[in-house]
Design a protein around this ligand. Structure first.
Ligand SMILES: C[S@@+](CC[C@H](N)C(=O)[O-])C[C@H]1O[C@@H](n2cnc3c(N)ncnc32)[C@H](O)[C@@H]1O
Length: 446
């Protein structure tokens, strides 16, 4: 027997098979709901709920079109804003097919099956396993996949198992995948071990977290349990969210005798959504320089990276923090590169070949990938300087971002915009020096 509790009316569905309760938050574009509807929907979305009662209620967003592909969302959770995350996944899966010559994809939490359909159609996957714990989405998923490729070709299969169960089944059968997409609600750390086991060597793992509370440092015991990282509030918490997620996979992979390399890391504010694409390789040894602790001094605004052997002597070089204990430390986290620039350029070239660039009139995908490439400059450390924080410390108006960037390049610093926050600069320059440059610019302009 399962019991259910409704906690709030915004956002999405979260299932926890251990505690056997489900949180339902409703915040879907096309409908609002009363408390009693929400209660009904909580029950309806559960994969454990009897089929007949479950399928009585199908809210649905109806038909949608993504990159020219028409599909029905049925009653499944679907976010149009997540299309960019799907674009990035499809580009990566297609590159994997080019390298391997074949492509087997597992879409472990597929919702209405839009990702599976796109992996089949655009990445030309040879086989896609589409799984969603909720049986009520079965017809929708089958219809969507049938529109792309007829069932008789045996290029896809639809299942309704708990995600860990489906991955374990494939692992036991020794039926491994080149690409596994885990698009979960909340933290997906409970899926990591089965996903790593079910991935081929050299395969790609595309994982998600929507846990903005943990990355914001608001529940360090939860981030410790989920990702092995004690996270405290930092000014660049959304980058910490990506690093926490990668660090969690580093730890899980090491336990199983593998290591991972991040190919790209993507943050989107709606959700929020943290998505990382990682390549899995044999060998336990990861570069220990890239897994450690981050400290931020609230007094001087500078950040520092600490390796394991520096833990006993953590301090900030600013004189105030030595006495006021203003250094906050989070970790261990991934402190290495968030992206592989060459890989991102291959993705961009492919997007151009496919005519994806320029077709939305905004070139938003091109802008995003180019920003990620800029962020990959190896001279840039973790984190970024938020211009509002700088202005409030310096008690000045913020000079235009472009002017600041040029001034920093002229002075020989590495500087790039951040895809995570539009009003920020990633740089190897200290906050003190940054403020000095900003003040000089302000004097020139008056
Ligand atoms: C974020 S939605 C997936 C959205 C979809 N991938 C897309 O791009 O539109 C998460 C899905 O996971 C399913 N789900 C949640 N917990 C699950 C679990 N433990 N095992 C299998 N499916 C699960 C839900 O039914 C829901 O459809």
């Amino acid at each position: 027997m399962y019991s259910y509790k409704v906690f709030s009316l915004s956002s999405s569905v979260f299932m926890n098979k251990k505690t056997k309760f489900q949180l339902l938050f409703f915040h879907h574009h096309n409908f609002t709901t009363s408390f009693s509807d929400a209660m009904l929907l909580t029950l309806a979305f559960s994969p454990h709920f009897p089929q007949t009662q479950c399928c009585n209620f199908v809210p649905g967003n109806g038909f949608q079109v993504e990159r020219g592909l028409e599909f029905d969302t049925g009653g499944a959770f679907y976010r149009r804003e997540s299309a960019t995350g799907r674009d990035l996944g499809v580009l990566a899966a297609s590159l994997q097919k080019k390298v391997n010559g074949s492509l087997r994809v597992l879409d472990a939490l597929c919702g209405c099956g839009i990702r599976s359909a796109r992996y089949l159609k655009e990445a030309e996957a040879d086989f896609v396993a589409a799984n969603d714990g909720n049986e009520c989405y079965g017809k929708t998923i089958v219809d969507n996949l049938s529109r792309v490729c007829v069932k008789e070709e045996e290029k896809w299969v639809v299942t309704h198992l708990e995600a860990n169960r489906v991955m374990t089944d494939y692992y036991v059968e020794k039926s491994f995948f080149d690409f596994i997409d885990i698009d979960s609600f909340g933290s997906d750390s409970s899926f990591l071990r089965s996903a790593i086991n079910t991935l081929k060597y050299g395969g790609l793992l595309y994982v998600t977290s929507t846990d903005g509370f943990s990355s914001g440092g608001h529940r360090p015991h939860h981030s410790l349990a989920a990702y092995g990282a004690y996270v405290r509030p930092m000014p660049y918490s959304n980058e910490i969210g990506l690093r926490m997620l990668i660090g969690g996979v580093v730890r899980e992979a090491a336990l199983l005798g593998y290591h991972i390399t991040p190919l790209f890391s993507y943050y989107a504010y709606h959700g929020p959504v943290f998505r990382v694409l990682l390549r899995l390789n044999r060998g336990k040894l990861h570069d220990s320089r890239h897994y450690g602790f981050i400290g931020h001094c609230h007094q001087c605004g500078n950040s520092h990276e600490f390796s394991w052997d520096q833990l006993g002597r953590m301090s900030c070089s600013c004189s105030v923090s030595k006495v006021s204990n203003s250094l906050k430390v989070s970790g261990p986290l991934w402190t290495g590169p968030l992206h592989d620039a060459a890989y991102l350029m291959d993705m961009l070239d492919l997007a151009k070949q496919w005519g994806w660039i320029g077709c939305d009139g905004k070139d938003s995908l091109e802008k995003l990938i180019k920003l990620m490439v800029d962020e990959s400059d190896p001279r840039l450390p973790f984190g970024f300087i938020n211009l509002d924080e700088m202005a409030s410390r310096a008690k000045i108006n913020t000079p235009p971002l472009k002017t600041l960037m040029s001034a920093m390049h002229e002075k020989g610093y590495a500087a790039s915009r951040s895809h995570i926050t539009s009003n920020a600069i990633k740089t190897n320059c200290s906050m003190t020096e940054f403020i000095k440059i900003a003040k000089e610019l302000q004097q020139v302009s008056v």
